[in-house]
Write a protein that binds this ligand. Structure first.
Ligand SMILES: [Ca+2]
Ligand SMILES: [Ca+2]
Length: 65
């Protein structure tokens, strides 16, 4: 996979999670997408990804491991 393909892949994933296409993933959108995870796992992963704690996952946060 090239860097461009990898980037495109990330954008596709982000768009799928961003149900209302406002450029941010809200906790509700995130929860809908990962219903099969336990609440604890969801919260841990959310807190890990939402680095600036603003209540949304931006694309910048999403693409940063
Ligand atoms: Ca959204
Ligand atoms: Ca954030």
């Amino acid at each position: 996979m090239t860097d461009a393909e990898f980037q495109q892949n990330l954008i596709e994933k982000f768009k799928k999670l961003d149900a209302d296409s406002d450029g941010n993933i809200s906790f509700n959108e995130y929860q809908e997408a990962f219903k099969e995870f336990s609440e604890k796992t969801l919260e841990d992963l959310w807190n890990y990804m939402n680095k600036d704690k603003d209540g949304f996952i931006s694309f910048e946060e999403f693409k940063t491991p």
